[in-house]
Ligand binder design. Structure first.
Ligand code: SF4
Ligand code: SF4
Length: 84
């Protein structure tokens, strides 16, 4: 995960059926289908590791319960103004 990312996505490769719907739906295109196969013979979705916004679109696009969990991260506390 990169500092400043607003979200994180956890993918369970053994629940994934490799349909690619999440890959197509992700706005910043941070998901891809792996070249390897899971134990059911599907290419599972993988996360690039950075750039997730926590939007949740992949979660709602996925037909497999339990394949995707999306985390929204709290914004870092930043000062809105600095004292002179
Ligand atoms: S939560 Fe949004 S940005 Fe993150 S992987 Fe899913 S669709 Fe992409
Ligand atoms: S939408 Fe779900 S089942 Fe389809 S590739 Fe993505 S994680 Fe796998």
């Amino acid at each position: 995960m990169k500092t400043g990312d607003r979200g994180r996505v956890d993918l369970d490769s053994e629940e994934c059926k490799g349909c690619g719907l999440c890959v197509e739906a992700c706005p910043p295109k941070v998901l891809a289908l792996a070249s390897h196969l899971n134990r059911y013979g599907y290419h599972p979705a993988t996360y690039s590791g950075e750039g997730c916004t926590g939007c949740g679109i992949c979660y709602f696009a996925c037909p497999e319960p339990g394949a995707i969990v999306v985390w929204r991260l709290k914004a870092e506390a930043r000062p809105v103004a600095q004292a002179a």
